[in-house]
Design a protein around this ligand. Structure first.
Ligand code: F7E
Length: 332
């Protein structure tokens, strides 16, 4: 535990990264504030029970006045903007809402910081994403996407995130704000929602092992992702805000794997070598446009931030399956 008196405000406190980051900052001695949205949000009690030290503030990324109020209440040194509609498939079904929350919500948060922090003391982190690159095989850099790679988003989510990325940069250049964008490749773990493919698989594998279901329905199995552990990635976010000058960084593993490879390892954890009889393809889980292959190059973050990932790909799959085999939630 350090003796910092710093205060942090996290949007998206109820999400995967919000939980990991709240725990990390608390351990470092921060006073942690989290924005929570909605009158009947069932995550309110769960979050408060799991993180009793987090001060929850009612606000919404689409309501700028609520964000100004949150800034006035929290008086943060650091703001981590993690809130978003983050499911790529969902963004095709709700593209305008995605633009409002994932895109314009960033502007609302930046304006709330700009208006309340006249002395420019606040440091702002924007959760940018590898989805901005689009993963088309023909224009993929050999060593993986880096901070200078070409953007070509392939979903309403990716397009909205690109707006958030550029407005964060623009406010840095226009108003001398300490703004950084972390361009994070897929990061997973025991806190991941079951709507994302990795947790959907490990949750189902655990239920198959426990005799609670006999198969899993998935979309395309060939796409490749650069999958790391979320706990490692929030450490990188924090490091980005501790530098002398604000800049943008890629966090990735530098490895890419198909969903089939994830299935191989997950089923092996429960002693099944051939998973094909347990997996059915369902077009409902396919997307109008797919991101073929994501591979990131984390060299800059490793060199400048001294960031390193601790969990490798087999370790990630193992920890997720082991977790899902033990929790009560798997049985519901
Ligand atoms: O899909 C395929 C799907 O939903 C991964 C978000 O955190 O990372 C995440 O976005 C792949 C895609 O993550 C199913 O088509 C097959 O090719 O787990 P996902 P994502 O789309 O890569 C980025 C970096 C973000 O920023 C996002 O916020 O898996 N897939 N079958 C499936 N995907 C899902 N969800 N469900 C399936 O049944």
């Amino acid at each position: 535990m350090s003796d910092t008196n710093k205060r942090a405000l996290i949007t998206g406190i109820t999400g995967q990264d919000g939980g990991h980051l709240a725990a990390l900052l608390h351990e470092k001695g921060y006073e942690v504030f989290g924005i929570i949205r909605g009158q009947h949000n069932p995550r309110r009690q769960i979050t408060q029970q799991e993180f009793p030290y987090v001060n929850l503030i009612d606000a919404d990324l689409t309501d700028q006045s609520s964000l100004v109020r949150a800034m006035q209440l929290a008086k943060p040194d650091e703001v981590y903007n993690l809130a978003a509609i983050s499911h790529v498939g969902y963004s095709f079904k709700n593209p305008q809402l995605t633009a409002d929350v994932t895109g314009k919500g960033v502007l609302n948060m930046l304006e709330a910081v700009r208006l309340t922090d006249k002395d420019r003391n606040v440091r702002f982190y924007q959760a940018s994403t590898s989805e901005m690159f689009g993963g088309l095989d023909y224009n993929r850099p050999e060593k993986g996407y880096d901070e200078n790679s070409h953007f070509h988003p392939r979903s309403p989510y990716g397009v909205a995130k690109l707006y958030g990325h550029w407005i964060t940069k623009n406010y840095r250049e226009s108003y001398d704000m300490y703004n950084v964008s972390g361009i994070l490749f897929n990061h997973e773990g025991e806190r991941r929602g079951v709507e994302f493919v990795t947790r959907k698989i490990t949750h189902a594998v655990a239920r198959i092992k426990l005799g609670l279901q006999d198969h899993i329905e998935l979309g395309d199995l060939w796409p490749k992702r650069d999958w790391g552990y979320a706990g490692d990635y929030v450490e990188g976010m924090w490091r980005m805000l501790q530098q002398d000058k604000p800049d943008d960084y890629v966090l990735a593993t530098g490895e890419t794997h198909t969903i089939e490879e994830f299935l191989d390892l997950a089923f092996k954890e429960i002693g099944i070598e051939d998973w094909k009889p347990y997996v059915k393809q369902n077009p409902a889980f396919m997307r109008p446009a797919e991101v073929d292959i994501l591979l990131g190059n984390p060299e800059k973050a490793e060199k400048v931030l001294g960031w390193e990932r601790k969990v490798d790909f087999p370790g990630l799959v193992k920890l997720m399956v082991e977790h899902d085999l033990t929790i009560e939630e798997t049985k519901i």
